[in-house]
Design a protein around this ligand. Structure first.
Ligand SMILES: [Zn+2]
Length: 67
């Protein structure tokens, strides 16, 4: 289901969950009012999707831009 590929191994990365247990979900926090992130629609608490490479373990985060 993943359309993300590891830049090192060129294999499909698995969506996974990264948590800070007891703290809550990870999210992107932005404070800038006029930054490029704001123009892209990324708000204060944008959640992150994590994708893990099964070959080398590289984990990438993607901010959820659909909300
Ligand atoms: Zn890899």
């Amino acid at each position: 289901m993943s359309d993300h590929y590891c830049p090192h191994c060129d294999v499909a990365m698995e969506e996974t969950t990264v948590t800070a247990e007891g703290v809550g979900d990870l999210y992107v926090k932005t404070k800038r009012e006029k930054g490029v992130l704001k123009r892209l629609g990324i708000g204060d608490n944008t959640s992150l999707d994590a994708f893990l490479c099964p070959e080398c373990g590289l984990t990438q985060f993607y901010a959820d831009l659909s909300t």
